[in-house]
Every structure is written in C-alpha cells, then in structure tokens.
Design a protein around this ligand. Structure first.
Ligand SMILES: Nc1ncnc2c1ncn2[C@@H]1O[C@H](COP(=O)(O)OP(=O)(O)OP(=O)(O)O)[C@@H](O)[C@H]1O
Length: 581
C-alpha cells in the first residue's frame, strides 16, 4: 500500500488516503471513546474491499478527468429497444442473412444481460430512492398549484381518498398512462383544496366525484402539492396470471372503476408495484391503454390462503402495512371467517403427491423466440386413458424422423432379439438406483421387480440432435421437466364432459388402458375416474400448462395438437422469465 495522496483538489481519493487516515487514527486514538470503535475503524480502513472500492473510484474519476467529459447514455431503455427490434425482425416475411444474424445475436443471454446492466446504470437504478426534501411548512404562505384539465370521455385516471390523519381529500393514486398521469401535474399525496372554485373542505370523496361529474369543459383543481413526490419509473415486468380476476365482484378494491379484469393465462404488463397491495397493470399488447388496478402478489396469496382455509388466525389483519392503509384493503381479512372455512376439494391424505404448497398467482414471463434447429420438447399431460398415447402416435406418424420419443431405461435383463438402446437402454439395478438418487431421471417406476424410467439426458440428446422430443409422462414428472435447460411446451389433454367422453369412446370402440390385455372398453367407473383424476391434476398443476386441448373428437384434438406444435416452432411464446435470462 502506498501513502501518496491524501485528498487533492479534485477530491480524488485513493488507498494512500486510507493509509494516512489509518496512521493519523493511530496517533490520535484518544479521539475515539471506546476500544471497540478503534478496532472497528482499524479493520475498516485496512480492509481489502474498501481499498479496492476507493481505488476503483479514483480510477473512474481520473479517467473522466482525462477525457474531460462525463459519459452520457444515449438511451436508457436498451432492453425495450431490443424487444422492439426483435418483434420487427420477427414480422419480416423474408430476412437477409445480416438480419437473421442480428435476430440471433439479440437473443443471446450475454447481450441481454449487458443491456439490462446498461439500462440500470443509465436509469441510475443504483441510487437509493430517497424522498424529496420536505417543503418547509409555512402556515402563512402555502404553495398552491392550479391545474386545468379539459374534460373528455376519458376518465381522469386518478383516485381520491380522505386522509385519515388530516381528514383532507388527497390524491390516492395516479393511474399510469391516464389523463392525470400524462398531464404530469397531479401527484399522489396532493391535497385537493378546490374543484372548479368549489371548496372541498369537509366533503367526502363521493361529493367531490359528484362535482367532477357535473362539470363541463375545463376542470380546474386547486391542489396543495404533496410534500414529497416520487418519480415512478414504469416497470418492465410481464407476468402470466394464474387466476381470473373480476374487479366488479371484488369488495376490497380501492376504486372499482380503476380495476383491470383479466383471465387465467393472460399476460399482464405490470407498470407499477409501488403499492404493497394494489399493482397497476395493462394487458400485454394494449400499449396505449390506461393502467388498471390489480391485486398484488402478496394480496392475492393472502386471499388464496384465506380461501383454502389454511390460515384461520384473524390476527393477520393487524399485520404490518395493513393497519396503516386507509384504503378498504385493511378489511380484507377482517371478516370473521371461522364459519366460512372452505375445505380444499382434495383430501391431502389422498394426495401423497400433494404439490400445491406453491400458491400460484403471477409468474414472471418473457418472450422466447424460436431458434433455428432447436425445438422445445412437447409434453402431453393428462389422466390415464384420456388419449395421450393415441395423439403422440399420430403425431410421430406425420414425421417419424423429426418427432422422437426418448428410449427408456430398464434394470430388467435383455430378452432374445432385443437390442440395447432400441427398445430400452439396459442397465444394472444398482446403476439405475444411483442415477435415480442423483436426480437423473424425469420419471421412473417399478414393474414386476424391475425398474423402468426416462432420463433427462435422453430428452436432451433428442433436443441437441435438432429433433422434436415428444413425451407423455406422469404429471409428477413436470417438476423435473419444466427447467430452463429443457424449456418444454406443456399441453394438457383434458377429457370432455362425462357424457361426451362416454359417447366418443364407445363410438370409437376405445380400448381401456386399465385392462392389462387392452381387450375391453372402459367401464363406467373408469370414465368417472378419468374425470376425477383430471380435476385433481388441474388443481395441482394447471399453472404449468401452456395450453389445454380437450380430447372429445379425436380428429379435432389432433389438428389442435398439430397447430400447437407448429406454433411452438414458429412463434415467439411467453415462458418463465428465468428461461431467457
Ligand atoms: N378422442 C377420442 N375418441 C375416441 N377414442 C379415443 C379418443 N382418444 C383416445 N381414444 C382411445 O382411447 C383409448 C385409450 O387411449 P390412449 O391409449 O391414448 O390413452 P392414454 O392417455 O395414453 O392412457 P395411459 O396414460 O393410461 O397409457 C385408445 O383405444 C384410444 O384409441
């Protein structure tokens, strides 16, 4: 360590500065009141980390000094530009080789990681978000801003509430992209003093709404600006919803008019997550739409837990955050639910494979663009007997080279005429048990004292060979299959209603898969089991499904499967965000 510079005119700091500080500290140890303080400072000033940081800081400063300019980013939304370019190239019916190269390059995780880091720096995302310095409260001279907006058919895009502490009417929320937001003049926390020259003092939020509704033309607000306004950046997060939401039936939404309804499976652009309980979102693709309110992940999880009757403790109501929210959210779990406890429809005793401890609300997603010669495995899930083998067989028949199913492993001995790697890979029981323990199998089971199973590597081998791997595993295999490495497309093959199921299978002389010899049709009990089983799989795993095909009419179900396979090969599709990062 050198002991050159202390602090020059340009306020550069280097490890020498730290050494000097350390030496001086030793000399004037009397300044420190306790030995503990002394030890702490000694340790800090001598720490490698601090010295390294100070050196980096000094290097950056001297570099800037040499170049005589501060680098200014040309843009701060590189990732958005990248997504826009990908979309544009994707829409081109014919691409030049340069275009194709760019298309592939822009999908490289390294480049995307670099751009993410670039954007974070350009947006100064590393700064802690500090509130503005509070305005000095001057009783005599209160700052008032006058905001004039022209009334149109479009709602204002802001909500108001009575501040619990002051009893005044304040702006509760400003919806992204709405008229108030676009004006840039109205902020959360602004106090409403007058609307069209009518004082709102002592009025309820609904009275103020009445004034707004009855006014024509221009609306003039007199507002006391909020003491601190945050500049909220629009987030880039996209999520797939795993539940239906209808704001009109939600008794707890702070403002029904501001709600955004959606269906399970919809992709939502979350533009603001500032509020613990109510996020602002748009449906993906509705670029210009005003954002709407949706329950946050935390709120929805609480609801699900509540609905499932897993938590009955009412004390939750007083949990941090809820109690200080003046909005109706606070009564979310307030109602006595003792008598309303809903039982989960499945008996956990029956579910030795009970996997739904995960509460599926929203899953962060990103677009995965099709890559040349890399095909996502197609996974067919469904209750036994629903027709997955039949559909798989038909798909392979369309192109037996392109569509491949992995060769299973077995611990049984080879029979005459069998070839290792053709019908099965033949391995010893010990070897297979070891591989199972090491998690190398997607699924496995025992039959007549022998082990059978499908390994992850055999799926990978098909993908790496540039072929389409098609699988119809047990639904529990999904946990092993749904990985960033394999990126499977999961299709749920659902039975139709009981009547249609019976009718179509009988008309087709379907063979029961529950009969070892496949020599008879399905029984009434087996049909009913299939439906019951289907409900159970959906309950446990439907948040994993990319698509559902109802297997009523076989030809129809098969053409839907072909369309799905084609889509996976040719269209950008939403996948868990971690798969593309
Ligand atoms: N849509 C349909 N209409 C009529 N029959 C069908 C239909 N789908 C499948 N089948 C018939 O139902 C029977 C069972 O189908 P399949 O063997 O494909 O079931 P599976 O889902 O693979 O069952 P398992 O998982 O138990 O092996 C077969 O005889 C098949 O031809």
């Amino acid at each position: 360590m050198t002991s050159e510079v202390m602090e020059n005119d340009n306020k550069t700091l280097d490890s020498g500065t730290l050494t000097d500080l350390f030496v001086n500290l030793q000399k004037s140890s009397a300044l420190l009141s306790t030995e503990e303080e002394q030890t702490f400072l000694n340790g800090l000033l001598q720490s490698k980390e601090l010295n390294a940081l100070v050196n980096i800081h000094s290097k950056i400063l001297s570099n800037v000094e040499r170049k005589r300019f501060f680098p200014v980013p040309a843009l701060s939304d590189g990732m958005q530009v990248l997504a826009d370019v990908l979309e544009l190239i994707y829409q081109q019916p014919r691409r030049s080789s340069d275009c194709q190269e760019l298309f592939l390059m822009l999908q490289k995780p390294h480049l995307q990681g670099l751009l993410c880091a670039h954007d974070a720096i350009a947006q100064k995302d590393y700064y802690p978000r500090l509130p503005d310095i509070p305005v000095e409260d001057d009783e005599e001279e209160q700052t008032i801003k006058v905001v004039q907006l022209v009334k149109s058919n479009e709602p204002l895009g802001a909500t108001i509430k009575t501040d619990e502490l002051t009893g005044k009417i304040v702006i509760a929320r400003v919806m992204h992209g709405g008229a108030a937001d676009r004006s840039g003049l109205i902020h959360v926390g602004d106090e409403v003093v007058e609307v069209n020259a009518i004082s709102v003092e002592g009025k309820e939020p609904n009275d103020v709404l009445d004034i707004l509704q009855s006014s024509e033309g221009t609306i003039t607000f007199k507002l006391v600006p909020a003491e601190c306004t945050m500049n909220v950046r629009e987030s880039k997060v996209r999520v797939r919803a795993h539940f239906d939401y209808d704001s009109s039936t939600d008794p707890y939404i702070p403002c029904k008019e501001a709600g955004l309804d959606f269906k399970k499976g919809d992709v939502l652009h979350i533009v603001c997550q500032d509020d613990q309980y109510w996020w602002q979102a748009r449906k993906e693709g509705d670029k210009h739409m005003r954002a709407g309110l949706i329950p946050s992940r935390a709120l929805q999880e609480k609801r699900i837990v509540h609905d499932r009757g897993m938590k009955k403790d009412e004390d939750e109501v007083a949990e941090g955050g809820l109690s200080c929210s003046p909005e109706p959210v606070r009564c979310l779990l307030g109602a006595d639910n003792k008598n309303k406890t809903k039982k989960i429809i499945y008996d956990t005793a029956e579910n030795d494979d009970f996997d739904r401890e995960l509460i599926a609300t929203y899953e962060e997603v990103a677009k995965l663009y099709p890559r040349p010669s890399v095909f996502r495995p197609i996974v067919l899930i469904g209750p036994p007997g629903v027709g997955r083998n039949e559909l798989k067989r038909r798909l392979i028949d369309t192109d037996p080279v392109k569509f491949q199913t992995p060769t299973p492993f077995t611990s049984r001995s080879m029979k005459p005429g069998e070839v290792d790697g053709k019908e099965y890979f033949f391995v010893t029981r010990q070897q297979m048990e070891r591989d199972i323990d090491e998690g190398k199998f997607i699924e496995f089971g025992e039959y007549k004292g022998n082990l059978y199973g499908t390994s992850t590597s055999s799926v990978e081998a098909i993908v790496h060979a540039g072929l389409v791997c098609i699988l119809n595993p047990h639904y529990q295999a999904l946990k092993m299959l749904r990985t960033p490495l394999l990126k499977p497309y999961i299709i749920y093959i659902s039975p139709p209603s009981l009547d249609v199921l019976k009718q179509t299978r009988m008309a087709h002389h379907a063979r029961s898969t529950f009969d070892v010899n496949n020599s008879r049709g399905f029984t009434e009990d087996e049909f009913q089991d299939m439906i019951r089983h289907s409900e159970r799989i959906k309950f446990l795993y439907d948040h994993f499904f990319d698509e559902t095909i109802v297997n009523a009419d076989l030809a129809d179900a098969f053409s839907k499967l072909l369309a799905a396979v084609n889509r996976v090969e040719s269209e950008p599709l939403w996948v868990p965000a971690s798969w593309v990062q």
